[in-house]
Design a protein around this ligand. Sequence first.
Ligand SMILES: Cc1ncc(COP(=O)(O)O)c(C=O)c1O
Length: 443
Amino acid sequence: MSLVERDLASVWHPASHFADHARLPPVPVTSAQGVYLQSADGRRLIDGISSWWTCLHGHGHPAVVEAITSQAQRLDHVMLAGFTHEPAVQLAEALLSSAPGDYARVFYADCGSAAIEVAMKMSFQRRRQTGEPGRQRFAALRNSYHGETLGALGVSGTDAYRELFAPLLPDVLYLPAPAFEGHTHADLATDLGADSPEADEAVRLLRAHADTLTALVMEPLVQGAGKMAMPGAGFYRRLVSEARSLGIHVIADEIAVAFGRTGSLFASTWADVSPDLLCLSKGLSGGVLPLSCVLVARGFDDAFAGGPERSFLHSHTFTGNPIACAAGAASLKLMHAERLPSLPGRVEAMTAARERVAQACAGVVRAHRQAGMIVAFDLAPGDRMPADGRLSLAIREAGIRAGVLLRPLHDTLYWMPPLSITDEELDALTGATIEAVAAVLGE
Ligand SMILES: Cc1ncc(COP(=O)(O)O)c(C=O)c1O
């Protein structure tokens, strides 16, 4: 049996329909280097979406590989309750000194959803310990995505993910958010969205429900799974400031947008805000091992001091795994030494590439936008829509034939490549994307 046959007989894939495997079987990947994934049958694919928004420095970066191998030889794992080790402390110190504000502690977990759960529970438990038990509800944005465990799904405002499980989910106050379809990178430095009707309505709702709300959960600047909607830095700034003045904790979900994705180390920097709890994952380990964390603002943890009954009631087995933290520490060093200095040039190159695709596919690209290294194209297939309606699957399929991993969110095609992508690789990504779109939606 081939690897794919053995896979289909044994593995259950995420975000995949069983029936689609017959049409588009999983691609067997044997290795990855830089922006390229190498398949067993000799194909080379540009990782146009950083394998679900993780890879920062290119696959197999020697500094990250070396950190992982040497750490694995020294100390593979030890529980973080009652023990500590250099990688967990080193990464925490590096995060705290780079963070967008005054943060005192790092609480580790192992995936993005778990980081959201941690932040939600921290906010909730803090209220119990500061004499505000009436504040136990969360506010979140419509069209948001914060993960798929029940708490994280509960604050995700996208029906496609939550509808089926709605009976299991908490009652959340959903707020409207604007979506600027033509958002440009330069818009990040403006007050875009602050005076939008959605911001006015969101502020009205926050005020009306303030005394029941413990926290507002938000993805700053880009609603990733929400078709890369960009609500504006001004919208984010205004909501954070309003929540603050109403005594509502702010939980920023930077799981997809931190580590240079928006052109700065943290997305919150664009809006000059420092959330109470800042959730990180994906690129945290350089995008190579499961790791997440919550940065906790100074003073927030005070409510957990005192008797043992006040300690935070949450733990995961692999919290602060030494190998994952060593990868994270090496990655953060690379961010400062290599990625951040070259980022403005990469963002400009992405702008030029975005315009090239928009021009070449003008007949079917309805709108396009950008925030740093995140680019999205809204497609309007009209009567060229595939007969079965599976536009995303068809583009994924055509992308693989053209040599690129693309995974559109319904009718929104997007790029989120490794930040290390060179001009030549971006050129290849552009060409392959145009080819894939033309194959599916061309005359
Ligand atoms: C903004 C955001 N938050 C949370 C998550 C959940 O992360 P994980 O899939 O690691 O649980 C994701 C995943 O895509 C995300 O994009």
